[in-house]
Design a protein around this ligand. Sequence first.
Ligand code: FDA
Length: 508
Amino acid sequence: DGHDDFLQCMSLQSNNHTSISNIVYTPNNTSYSSILNFSIQNLRFTSETTPKPLVIVTPVHESQIQPVIYCAKENGMQIRVRSGGHDYEGLSYASEVPFVILDLFNLREISVDAENKTAWIQAGSTIGELYYRIAEKSQTLGFPAGVCPTVGTGGHFSGGGYGALLRKYGLAADNIIDARIVDVNGRILDRISMGEDLFWAIRGGGGASFGVILAWKIQLVDVPEKVTVFTIDKTLDQNATNIVHRWQYIAHKFDEDLFIRILITRVNSSEDSKRTIQATFQSLFLGGVDRLLPLMQQSFPELGLQREDCTEMSWIESILYFAGFPIESRDVLLNRTQPNVRYYKAKSDYVQKPISKNGLQGIWKLFFEEEAEEAVMILSPYGGRMDEISESAIPFPHRAGNLYKIQHLVYWEEEEVEATQNYINWIRKLYSYMAPYVSRFPRAAYINYRDLDIGVNNNGNTSYAQASIWGIKYFKNNFNRLVQVKTKVDPANFFRNEQSIPPLNSWW
Ligand code: FDA
């Protein structure tokens, strides 16, 4: 069958210095399940009915990737490249078609050049590992990527990637200055040899459509020796509705050293243990508390920030703080597995006009429903550097004009299909409710919060028109340029998945 032929092809392809038998796992192998499951972040895709790979390959050297591409092509198998495994819809490790997982977790070398403020990082490394290695070399350098340390740089950077430095420095993808990729013909290319079109495409267009990204060269950014963090909770009794409403008008205009995001959840009030809505204001300020307090007094007095709410710390400690770890536990940044993996479904939205108080109250109402017990809505302010970068600089198009981004999330514990459907229905209901309040034409979405509800490809023969349905939401007008790049670098559409960029010759 397919996988025997694939294995045979692999052994014929491997040469003396790249023995492959110890990096290939099939279902007969005792480690197959643990290798498959260890980086899965969504229990929805760990069930017995989730389609599994025929083979998993875990290269320890770049030269072992080329044979995987060649042999997958020869045997009609798809490749799913996995770096950190955080894809919200499991596209890096689950598919209905025969496929092999190319798992890059062994390729995670990071070399930081503090003097030149750059780093080369292999795509199998996580952002936690990156932050840790930067801090080893310097207290005053950082990088503007995501919050959760286990996120992989392969998927995260190729889809944009943002965190608390977004208003000051933009996205991870805005700060990539070189890359190495294996193309469909097995050639290893860097920025010069791949050319500016392909280099543009992989910084925000999703890596999976274009090849296997091996490594990124990034521009590190300056951070002060001391930053300040705070977290303030406001329930409905504590004026949450008015403060959230107000935040929408000002958060994108704050000094770009100030990032305040909001997490909306339902909680039981500590006073009467009745259900209420809680807005958690979580902040990173790039400076000391003495500068922050007058700034907050001037720009957001409604929050009532006090000195005792604030903690000064180093930037690397703020990474641990935002991720919910004790700031002394720096080594957890090197862990590749998350402590708390659950079932979830997520969606994203962009807000361009403040939502009215009535509109917010309608959201609260949905959060009072049963299914929302573990739901979260995360509002992340834009503005600052995000307003200065043009919509076409990289494929990620959501720039000036956006006040903030919303991530809608619902988590649950039950495994049953019926329960799953209830939670998914709930988040779809929330998403329909939000329609009048968020971006339209297109209703924009963030590719790193992958959502197959907004449209999928037919396997293999997807028309441009069909892919535009989800493609324009993620990329706006940049979708057309992504299609052109795809047509040039992978005209036969070998690198594909449920939401990959189609080449133009598949237009039929
Ligand atoms: P994974 O390995 O699943 O890959 C995702 C996609 O990229 C797949 O299509 C995969 O094939 C492709 N891919 C991966 N490596 C590749 C490579 N080397 N070459 C080519 N294609 C490759 N986002 C954010 O912006 N800010 C945040 O703070 C967070 N926080 C966060 C927390 C948690 C718990 C989760 C689960 C997710 C996030 N995210 C996020 C979303 C995250 O950015 C998104 O899921 C990334 O695609 C994850 O990249 P991984 O490499 O981990 O995923």
